[in-house]
Design a protein around this ligand. Sequence first.
Ligand SMILES: NC(=O)c1ccc[n+]([C@@H]2O[C@H](COP(=O)([O-])OP(=O)(O)OC[C@H]3O[C@@H](n4cnc5c(N)ncnc54)[C@H](OP(=O)(O)O)[C@@H]3O)[C@@H](O)[C@H]2O)c1
Length: 288
Amino acid sequence: MDENRYFTLNNGVKMPCLGLGVFRNTDPKECEKSIICAIENGYRMIDTAAVYGNERAVGSAVRHCGLPREELFITTKLWYADCCREMAKRALDRSLKKLGLDYVDLYLVHEPYGWLKSAWRGLEECAAEGKARAIGVSNFGERELEKLLCHANIAPAVDQIELHPYYQRRELLAYLKARGILPEAWAPFAAGNGGLLSEPAITRTAERLGCTPAQAILAWLHGLGAAVIPKSSRPERIAENAQFLKAALTDEDGAEIAALDRGESLFPWDKGWRRPMRKALGFFHIGI
Ligand SMILES: NC(=O)c1ccc[n+]([C@@H]2O[C@H](COP(=O)([O-])OP(=O)(O)OC[C@H]3O[C@@H](n4cnc5c(N)ncnc54)[C@H](OP(=O)(O)O)[C@@H]3O)[C@@H](O)[C@H]2O)c1
């Protein structure tokens, strides 16, 4: 096992540093094809979620890819409408059924909404029953993590967060490092927004390193200590993204990218009036 290609989580489980994201990859055939292509290109991790509606396609790809199950690392996530102990446990059973698997490698609370204290107990029980090798959270900030850690028997292993050159979240990264929680970068290419991949600081860095802009971004995120889960359905891009570890970034290379930070999320769906509405939809945001 190439150690550079894996992170060791706080419970000792090895997690690949690269995964294929399958958000918005809702056509089952296309989703399965992308996953098989990714696995052929060396990916060992797939990131899905109950709410993505493609767990069946992920499971089918796992069965048809030709690799033993234990060589793959499958993540799925609990949607906030199921965010309490019993519902969380039933939700994982439903996800496992759709995936056709006995366990997932990582089960994440998708959003910090709902009965989080209770839901986390559910996840701890899923882990104890062997249905999730590791458990973690997504879109949690310091405040939510602090509250969760006060009451958790098992600390989250991962926090999957929006993280890319436009939104660098240095304080949160320092906090996660101090708590032994692995950051995992969602939307590493800002989901194609803001022209990130053609940003001069990125293209100059890529040129200097002799790699592509996408590879430069993934290598930079890896340098920050984050796992990455770029999404693509195109075979040539899936292959390109898989090669990012060939690009070794010095601090100087990173400095130009670091200057791109805008200090705020690029995704307005969780801002302004939408935030309280989402909290309400998660029943109550009871602040654990
Ligand atoms: N936890 C959460 O709340 C959360 C939220 C959002 C996403 N996620 C996870 O994170 C994953 C990644 O995020 P994302 O899908 O939103 O965005 P992303 O990975 O930043 O960007 C995906 C976009 O970039 C394009 N792309 C991929 N590789 C490229 C390359 N080498 N060159 C040029 N363009 C390229 C893709 O197009 P093509 O497909 O056409 O190649 C797609 O339009 C998701 O799939 C999901 O698993 C989690």
